[in-house]
Design a protein around this ligand. Sequence first.
Ligand SMILES: Cc1cc2nc3c(=O)[nH]c(=O)nc-3n(C[C@H](O)[C@H](O)[C@H](O)COP(=O)(O)O)c2cc1C
Length: 197
Amino acid sequence: MTLTDNTPTRTAETSAPILDVLAERWSPRSFDQTAEVSETALTSALEAARWSASASNTQPWKFIVGRRGTPTFDLINENLMGFNQVWTPNASVLIVNIAEVVDEDGKPRRWGTYDLGQAVANLTVQAHADGLHVHQMGGIEVEGLRAAFDLGERWEPVTVTALGVVAPADRLADEKTRAREVAPRVRKPLAEIVATA
Ligand SMILES: Cc1cc2nc3c(=O)[nH]c(=O)nc-3n(C[C@H](O)[C@H](O)[C@H](O)COP(=O)(O)O)c2cc1C
C-alpha cells in the first residue's frame, strides 16, 4: 500500500531537515470506512513495535488488536470516550496499547508506560511508511478496557490506536471534528523546549 496523489497530506514545516516519514506523519480522524489493512502491513506495524528499545529489554507491552467488523473492535470502541467514538468506527483496526506497570514480584515498572509509548511510536512510523495512518487516543475508559479484556492490576491500558487509510476531511459528519481535521498543525519552537549550555 502506498500514498496516492489523492491522499490528504499535512506535512510539518520543520526548522531543520527530518526524515520524510516523520514530517509527513499526522493523526487523521477521517478514515476510509471501506479500507482493509493487509495482514502484511498490520504484522509489520506490530513487528516494529516489538523491536522497539525498552528498559533492560523488559518489553513491558501487550497489544489487543481488533479489525473493524469483529467483536474485539466493537468492544474496544465501546470503551472509548464519546468525543473519539464520533470518528473511530471508520478505522480499519483498533489496538489497545497496554503497559506492564508492576512486575511479577509486585515492584512498580518505572518505565513501563515510557517503553510502551516508544513501541507505539515505532508502530506509527512503520504504518505511515506503509501508506497507512495512525491516530493515538488517551480518551479511553481504562477500567472498562481492563475489565473487558481481563487484564488484572499489573497491566494498564494506556492508549488505543486507530489504524487505517486516511479519507478526505469532508467525510467527517461531526462539524467540530471536521474543523480540527484541517486546523493548522503547530508545535512549540525548538528554543522553548531545548536547553543548551
Ligand atoms: C498519548 C496521546 C493521547 C491522545 N489522545 C487523543 C484522543 O483521545 N483523541 C484524539 O482525537 N486525539 C488524541 N491524540 C492525538 C493528538 O491530539 C495529536 O497527536 C496531536 O494533536 C498532534 O497532532 P499530529 O499527531 O497530527 O501531529 C493523542 C495523542 C497521544 C500521543
